[in-house]
Design a protein around this ligand. Structure first.
Ligand code: AR6
Length: 199
């Protein structure tokens, strides 16, 4: 699995699935969740409500993930995950790691080849950006090493700010200094600054 770091808006990414840093209610919120709902259109909230009236009546567990269509997004799917909220004492990094591995598991089940992740937990939920980067990259590399499926080929982290992108590149390590991966041209504004590396 190739891991890429992209600076930009996750709602613009032309990937098979984008991951939403949602909450257990699945009924929207601020941050990247709000941006994804705005870009996907009201059908996304309807799809989330449907999940809540059916299989997820008690909400989405912290560290779990569930998919809906992407509706008006370039991405075919949105995979919603509920990160642990440090402000209410959810400080176990294993729950944060689970957001990334469960999202990949759902993505594989959908047949997605490319998945874009935001920095789940690094906003409203109060996790340190460097810790999110470390936990996320370890989780994804571990998942890729264990996976027997051909599965997801590209996992990209889409970071809103240059500062956050720099932290993720730093944690990803030497590989991230490689030139932009094939498929992103240097003058493609949606691609932002891309550094690629193989896990
Ligand atoms: N593209 C990429 N990253 C973004 C975008 C975007 N369009 N918008 C924001 N970010 P947060 P959390 C970054 O707070 O900490 C919501 O209300 C943002 O700068 O969205 O998991 C949910 O409903 C930050 O680095 O997610 C939950 O209640 C990162 O996305 C709660 O917040 C994650 O910040 C979840 O909190």
């Amino acid at each position: 699995m190739r891991i890429e770091i992209v600076q930009g808006d996750i709602t613009a990414r032309p990937v098979d699935a984008i991951v939403n840093a949602a909450n257990s209610s699945l009924l929207g919120g601020g941050g990247v969740d709000g941006a994804i709902h705005r870009a996907a259109g009201p059908e996304l909230l309807e799809a989330c409500r449907l999940l809540r009236s059916g299989e997820l009546q008690n909400g989405l567990a912290v560290g779990a993930a569930v998919a809906t269509p992407g509706f008006r997004l370039p991405a075919t799917w949105v995979i919603h995950t509920a990160g642990p909220n440090r402000h209410v004492g959810q400080t176990n990094p294993a729950l944060l790691a689970s957001c990334f591995t469960e999202s990949l598991r759902i993505a594989e089940g959908l047949g997605a080849r490319s998945v874009a992740f935001p920095a789940v937990g690094a906003g409203v939920y109060g996790w340190d950006a460097r810790q999110v980067a470390q936990v996320a990259l370890d989780a994804i590399r571990g998942y890729a090493a264990r996976s027997k499926e051909p599965g997801v080929e590209v996992a990209e982290f889409v970071l809103f700010s240059a500062e956050m992108a720099a932290i993720f590149r730093d944690v990803l390590g030497g590989d991230a200094a490689e030139p932009a991966a094939a498929g992103h041209s240097a003058d493609d504004p949606a691609a932002g600054e891309t550094g690629g590396g193989r896990s």
